[in-house]
Write a protein that binds this ligand. Structure first.
Ligand code: SAM
Length: 187
């Protein structure tokens, strides 16, 4: 008993469809990866998460009134903002990398959170209404960040930087968390 011509046609169509699906999904993944690499090269900062237990520790050092506004500049998956919201603060974050931005957005939608997230470069935004600024960036951008915070922030605003100091600024406190420390500043 052999295969008929119709069976052959079905097999060929199935093979072509499978190859097309593999090709299209592979191309999407490749494009996504290239786009992510391009973003990292442009902004010089990869997405690395602050350990949650360290976020808990640093917030225990901060005592701001309810509804105070916290910014996370380069908010990744939004973990600091979701935690800040639980503490009664409002959260606003900027994130240029597509994957963490989408992760944060999906969590916001599914949890009904009121945090705000924008896929924008925070260097182009005015931060004058911030009461608290959370950052985890890299050395290469810290001087530029310091200049921006000096220009934008109101007196009394608090800045917490995970892992990296702001050059020329004196921290009010250094919190010994692992694997990196927090530097706490006040304007
Ligand atoms: C080291 S991760 C920290 C993520 C998050 N804040 C946390 O603590 O878990 C830094 C993030 O900042 C984002 N980022 C860096 N520069 C940025 C910029 N100028 N505007 C918006 N996002 C930026 C990167 O895409 C990256 O996801």
């Amino acid at each position: 008993m052999g295969y008929g011509l119709q069976d052959m046609d079905t097999l060929i169509i199935l093979l072509i469809t499978t190859l097309a699906v593999i090709f299209i999904s592979g191309s999407i993944v490749l494009l996504f990866a290239l786009w992510s690499i391009h973003t990292i090269i442009k902004i010089k900062v990869p997405w690395v998460k602050t350990p949650l237990e360290n976020i808990v520790k640093v917030f225990s050092e901060i005592n701001l009134p309810e509804n105070s506004l916290m910014y996370d500049l380069g908010c990744g998956d939004g973990r600091s903002m979701f935690f800040a919201e639980k503490q009664g603060y409002r959260g606003k974050g900027y994130e240029l990398s597509l994957y963490p931005f989408l992760k944060c957005l999906i969590k916001k939608i599914f949890t009904g959170s009121k945090i705000e997230i924008k896929r924008k470069n925070f260097f182009d935004e005015n931060l004058k209404d911030a009461d608290l600024v959370f950052v985890f960036l890299v050395d290469a951008v810290m001087e530029k960040l310091g200049n921006k915070l000096n220009k934008d922030l109101k007196s009394g605003a608090i800045i917490v930087s995970y892992g990296f100091e702001i050059p020329g600024w004196k921290p009010e406190k250094i919190l010994n968390t692992n694997p990196s420390k927090f530097y706490l500043y006040k304007i």
